[in-house]
Unconditional design. Structure first.
Length: 78
């Protein structure tokens, strides 16, 4: 079994996201056809892609728990 030895902290993840945003801006600035495509595409396609990606990330990290827990604590009656 492989050990997961590479740990990402919140700053590494945040800088990776900022770096990706800067890369996209550079591509849009250099390649005019891509910028025209972005301007001509309906905003709801981007919103839909954003929602799907956020749901997928949440499901892969256990944030969206769809199952009932095995043990449920019950209050004792007095």
């Amino acid at each position: 079994m492989l050990k997961d030895t590479y740990v990402l902290d919140k700053w590494t993840i945040a800088l990776g996201k900022v770096g990706t945003m800067v890369f996209v801006i550079i591509i849009l600035k250099i390649w005019g056809g891509a910028m025209n495509w972005v301007h001509n595409t309906n905003i709801w396609w981007f919103v839909g892609a954003f929602v799907i990606i956020i749901i997928k990330i949440g499901m892969s990290h256990g944030c969206c728990q769809c199952s009932v827990p095995d043990k449920v604590a019950k209050k004792k009656k007095k």
